[in-house]
Design a protein around this ligand. Structure first.
Ligand code: PLP
Length: 399
């Protein structure tokens, strides 16, 4: 008997499920890239992106993945030899710092481990100790996709202010934009990087920089800027050829337009955050029930520090990989690998797995993911507590 006929479901933490409407919007012939409807469509994306990030900041769109956005952020604001402070809570802020080192900046990491949010007091202490203001920027992720730790962005801003330090506050929202509450202007973020392939439900290939006045000012002295990554022409377009430093990513723009129609103009950003929150809590409830009498545990103990877009689950004896393989090969569900430990070069990663729950997600998808994992636990004789599906369904029913 085969169990995986039917529509396969990918529940990895990006790329996320692409709505059929987005795929269909991309299914059209090449447009004129110099004038006409495509130009109007491209220009209509900017205010909607600002709405998603709660900002009036300038937006630059790059034909690039998240690594490209990292490089754009670094090269437009920093100079060779500049120092940045990286708040490590898993993998990705540290990755941003490492990326920066290849451009010639110096990245100092405060490592908060794999399961805890960055401590604002430690940030304040490090910045107070930097009396000559050597640090030009602080790098942090809102959600670290590897560990599923979510950082408290407003609290970290307060710490920078308390230390009276001028460093730019640069936040990676690649895994969280559209999923977690994020208020760029109210929270005092100077520069934010994001990608289209997670909460924004579009195939990988576009990334975004949101840049406030302080970050724009930094561009004037940044000596790392290069032609392709330079944000200046992208903010002051003579036409969309300049916005994209060449041919525009036509079909990605069609797709993103439809995704933003859904997120901004139909569901609403607040409603999407609320839906993401509810589904995250349903998933946590299921894992807590399995773990009450078994071999599964949430990587992040404090609910306030848990991502609403991805959940990292710890097991033992290689059960993370066993669960994933059964789900993918037998049932048609793809779960995320235990990324952080794998990148760190440890075999531990076979013990972990992640559920991506970002973007285009409804109740049958969430309950289907949990039900499939429940079947995997039973098939593989992995010890687990009972009542997980009931616990998730209770959260969805009662809020
Ligand atoms: C938080 C975060 N930052 C950066 C990246 C890197 O993005 P990309 O793989 O699109 O280059 C990712 C990718 O998963 C991510 O989750």
């Amino acid at each position: 008997m085969t169990l995986h006929y039917g529509r396969p479901l990918v529940a990895i933490p990006g790329p996320s499920v692409i709505p059929d409407r987005v795929l269909n919007a991309m299914h059209q012939p090449s447009p004129n890239i110099y004038e006409g409807p495509l130009v109007d469509l491209a220009l209509s994306l900017y205010p909607d992106l600002q709405t998603v990030a709660r900002t009036k900041a300038q937006v630059a769109i790059y034909i690039a993945n998240g690594h490209g956005a990292w490089e754009a952020a670094i090269t437009n604001t920093l100079s060779k030899g500049d120092k940045v402070l990286v708040l490590g809570t898993g993998r990705f802020a540290m990755g941003w710092g490492e990326w920066g080192r290849t451009t010639g900046i110096e990245a100092t990491v405060i490592n908060f481990g794999m399961s805890h949010a960055a401590d604002p007091a430690k940030l304040e202490q490090a910045l107070r100790a930097d009396k000559t203001h050597e640090y030009k920027a602080v790098f942090v992720t809102q959600t670290d996709t590897a560990s599923s730790v979510m950082n408290d962005i407003p609290a970290l801003r307060k710490a920078i202010d308390a230390a009276n330090h001028p460093a730019l506050f640069m936040v990676d929202c690649i895994a969280s934009l559209g999923c977690e509450r994020f208020e760029m202007d109210a929270w005092g973020v100077d520069l934010m990087v994001a990608g289209c392939q997670k909460g924004l439900m579009t195939p990988p290939g576009l990334s975004f920089l949101f840049v406030n006045e302080r970050a724009l000012e930094a561009r004037k002295t940044a000596d790392l800027a290069t032609s392709y990554w330079d944000w200046v022409p992208r903010f002051n377009p003579q036409g969309i050829y300049q916005n994209f430093a060449g041919t525009s990513p036509t079909h990605h723009l069609f797709g993103l337009r439809e995704a933003l129609n859904m997120l901004v103009h139909e569901e609403g950003v607040e409603q999407a955050w609320a839906r993401q929150e509810l589904f995250a809590r349903a998933i946590w409830a299921a894992i807590e029930a399995w773990g009450a009498d078994g071999d599964l545990k949430l990587n992040v103990a404090d609910p306030a520090s848990r991502s609403r877009a991805v959940t990292c689950i710890l097991t033992s004896n290689g059960n993370g990989t066993r669960i994933r393989e059964w789900c993918e090969n037998t049932a048609g569900l793809t779960l995320g690998i235990g990324l952080a430990a794998q990148v760190m070069g440890s075999d531990e990663w076979h013990n972990n797995f992640r559920i991506g729950h970002m973007g285009h997600l409804n109740v049958p998808m969430v309950m289907g993911v949990l039900g499939t994992i429940d079947s995997a636990l039973k098939t593989l004789d992995i010890p687990h507590g009972s009542g997980a599906i009931d616990a998730a369904s209770h959260v969805i029913a009662k809020g």
